[in-house]
Design a binder for this molecule. Structure first.
Ligand code: MET
Length: 781
């Protein structure tokens, strides 16, 4: 009986398609293989399929306008006319080529991602650059950063939300359109001139939103979901006030249109009073990230408002404990009445893969513990029926869920007593190098003869089409292990020889054997699983398939020693051992929800520590542990930073403290904001840290100078995001700026990041110039 069920919502569904149809259509369109019409047809088909699927699964509030060809924040910018003049838009409809120019730049070579493509960066090169891109809150999804100017004029350029609503309506499906809220939009936007804050433009933006709401209402919408995830951040009084101003205006725009204000990725906490008092019909809260928010939200929310209960995890892939959720919600719903609630995922399902059923290679037990977007729809519907009609109506589903949850909780595949025992014995000495940096440096400089301003690279060399072809041939069985191994050896040897030839001081093996800096390690560790089809959008047409950490993590055997030994056997110059750090592995994986993240991180740290020790035993004098994602893992609330940084730093130290003074530990971080975390960086106590600096004119080294950071630093002098080859003089100039901030004895010379996304034609001259810049510097001192 549908009228007895509680409304069940999905706040957004993945847009990429079960088989990545959107990616292939986009790439086909960009390369001229398919027409605009074909691209748009594919997009419409995906929307229709998603709507139909959600209806079939029993979702009653089905979202529309959650679909985007590239990014929903970009869609919003385009919709309100926030289009920087350089894209040549002259008013009226925004063409697809304008849209994609903002997304990717024109004459684009795409975003040259730093390593994983997980860091914010803008496109450099010729033609029109793309908008900047950065991480969407604490997810691994990246949005295009809107740019607004002080004299910004907003205008409704498109009716995409209305069009999609009508498109669904024509298919017989009544949807709840989703739009990005005006306060979040402006808070995420970047001011073109430093003199103002984008939020100051709110009064000018609101009429556009009001117009949109009126049109949605006229088209027949009764509910609209307006996303304001900024409500879970530390907000200023002014920002809270902006929410009040915005929703006072929007609630009047189309009086019969009910607004569900959606907040997610955390609790409202100190913003609760302000948000709960907004004049909207309903509020969505994330009860996965903030389980305690239920009682406080109930108390704060006026009786006549609907509370949307975000109880199914939209950020992770585990099957939910439906019985526990029901037990928790039953009394609450009985007290206020079913009409006061909606059942929902914690956030949009954008962040989880589409359909578990596609996975044929997963361990059967593990598979039975998982739930992807499609399965989550089923869980939501089951909850709705159990809470509305009663548990008996869905007894089979509930029993299956309980069985899976119980099986996972007691499975020997999840727990490893040896790992737990080892974790319990980590002591002070395991987190501390034997001697201080000053002493280590003395020992190291005697053990390893290096010139002043040593030159090195970050690890990877170009992943050429040949390298990728060989890898895929190997995984398909077309290349035998031996043939593939031989191919990799040849690539590695050529790279070592070339580095020697141009005179780099510290060499790397090039990472040709690695598919990805996280996956490569995950595949060799216990407790990790990999999927075949579980893609999640990272940005635009780029999707990632994060590993699933399901059990206690350990390292059955050495992972990289063989490749290091082989490379070092080819040369007398030192070759760095090259590892990915535990925090980065953790942050780029789906993690367990049955133990703390910090505990999993410690387990990975112990595994990496073993690898570090093995590399040392094999003779490595330098070992680099990359922590590319350490900074991006910072929690959304400031208050939680210390805790996170505390265990993140501890984990790095666990990895690096098993070796003697003589072994030089390097780390790499490919980003450029250190001011707020400089204490933590210093506490990591790496002997050498390389960072991304080439575009910041070395200004970010100020944080290190102010701190009097004592260890060695390699500030990047070659912007690897660009195909441009930097000239010797440019790098010398950058290094002069670095020398104003650091002592000569501290300085290393290296690119900003790994070179895997570049071409050899670019890398060769750039590194030759880099070595020449070092020589020039040495001559000058
Ligand atoms: N060693 C890795 C590389 O050079 C570090 C990448 S950081 C995103 O690719």
């Amino acid at each position: 009986m549908p009228d007895k069920t509680i409304p069940v919502a999905s706040l957004g569904f993945p847009r990429i398609g079960r088989h990545r149809e959107l990616k292939f259509a986009l790439e086909g369109f960009w390369s001229g293989k398919i027409s605009e019409t074909e691209l748009l047809e594919t997009a419409a088909r995906l929307r229709a399929e998603n709507w139909a699927l959600q209806r079939e699964k029993g979702i009653t509030h089905i979202p529309s306008n959650d679909f985007s060809l590239y990014d929903h924040v970009l869609d919003t910018a385009v919709m309100v006319g926030a289009i920087p003049s350089l894209y040549g838009w002259a008013g009226g409809d925004v063409s697809l080529s304008n849209y994609f120019a903002m997304a990717r730049g024109s004459q684009s070579e795409g975003h040259a991602g730093c390593g994983h493509g997980h860091e914010g960066h803008s496109h450099h090169g010729q033609g029109v650059p793309a908008l900047e891109m950065t991480k969407w809150f604490d997810t691994n999804y990246h949005y295009m950063v809107p740019e607004v100017s002080e004299d910004q004029h907003f205008v409704l350029t498109s009716q995409k939300p209305v069009d999609h609503f009508l498109e669904a309506k024509a298919l017989g499906i009544h949807t709840r359109p989703v739009i990005l809220g005006p306060v979040t939009f402006l808070k995420l936007a970047k001011a073109r001139e430093a003199a103002f804050k984008p939020l100051d433009l709110l009064a000018r933006l609101l009429p556009v939103y009001e117009e949109l709401l009126r049109r949605l209402r006229a088209a027949g919408a009764d509910w609209v979901q307006i996303d304001e995830p900024v409500a879970v951040l530390d907000l200023s009084e002014g920002e809270r006030h902006a929410l009040a101003v915005a929703y006072r205006a929007l609630s009047k725009a189309a009086p019969d249109l009910k607004i569900l204000l959606a907040t997610y990725f955390g609790g409202l906490e100190d913003n609760l009073e302000a948000v709960a008092s907004l004049p909207v019909a309903g509020l969505h809260v994330d009860l996965v990230r903030a389980p305690d928010a239920l009682e406080t939200a109930l108390k704060a929310l006026p009786e006549n408002r609907v509370l949307s209960l975000g109880v199914i995890d939209g950020r992770n892939i585990w099957r939910a404990d439906l019985a526990a959720i029901i037990t928790r919600l039953e009394p609450v719903i009985a007290a206020r009445g079913a009409a006061a609630f909606q059942i929902a995922p914690s956030c949009s399902l954008l962040h989880v893969p589409v359909d578990l059923e596609l996975e044929t290679g997963l361990d059967a037990d593990l598979k039975s513990w998982l739930s992807f977007a499609t399965q989550k729809l089923g869980e939501l519907a089951t909850l709705g029926r159990a809470l509305g009609e009663g548990k008996a109506a869905v007894a089979t589903e509930l029993e299956a869920a309980s069985k899976a949850v119980a099986a996972r909780a007691s499975s020997p595949k999840v727990t490893d007593a040896a790992v737990q025992k080892r974790i319990a014995t980590i002591g002070e000495a395991d987190r501390k190098r034997v001697s201080s940096f000053a002493e280590r440096q003395k020992v190291q400089s005697q053990a390893i003869a290096l010139p002043l301003f040593p030159t090195t690279t970050i690890g990877s060399f170009p992943q050429t089409p040949e390298v990728r072809k060989a890898r895929s041939a190997h995984s398909k069985g077309a290349l035998t292990d031996a043939q593939y191994e031989k191919f990799l050896q040849k690539e590695t040897e050529a790279t070592i020889r070339w580095q020697e030839e141009i005179g780099l001081d510290v060499l790397v093996h090039g990472e040709f054997e690695r598919n990805d800096m996280v996956q490569y390690f995950g595949e060799q560790l216990s407790g990790f699983a990999f999927t075949q089809h579980a893609w999640v959008q990272s940005y635009g047409s780029r999707y990632v398939r994060p590993p699933i950490i399901f059990g206690d993590v350990s390292r059955p055997k050495a992972m990289t020693v063989r490749w290091w030994e082989y490379s070092q056997s080819l040369t007398d110059k030192p070759v760095k051992g090259m590892l990915t750090g535990p925090v980065t592995i953790l942050n780029w994986s789906f993690v367990r929800d049955d133990i703390a993240r910090s505990l999993t991180c410690r387990q990975i740290a112990l595994a990496i520590r073993d690898e570090v020790n093995d590399l040392e035993a094999a003779g490595a004098q330098m070992i680099q542990i990359d922590e590319a994602a350490l900074r991006e893992g910072l929690p959304l609330r400031h208050r939680d930073w210390q805790d996170y940084l505390g265990w993140a730093v501890e984990c790095f130290r666990i990895c690096s403290s098993g070796v003697g003074d003589r072994t030089q530990v390097h780390t790499h971080m490919c980003y450029s904001e250190f001011n707020q975390i400089i204490d933590a960086i210093a506490a990591m106590d790496a002997d050498v840290i390389s960072i991304e600096t080439s575009r910041s004119k070395m200004e970010l080294l100020d944080a290190f100078r102010t701190y009097k950071y004592p260890n060695q630093i390699g500030p990047g002098v070659y912007d690897i995001h660009s195909p441009r080859v930097p000239a010797v003089g440019e790098m010398v100039d950058l290094l002069a700026l670095a020398r104003e901030r650091l002592e000569d004895r501290q300085l290393w010379i290296n690119p900003d990041c790994g070179l895997k996304t570049r071409k050899w034609e670019e890398v060769r001259p750039a590194l030759v110039n880099m070595v020449a810049a070092a020589a020039e510097l040495r001559r000058a001192v």
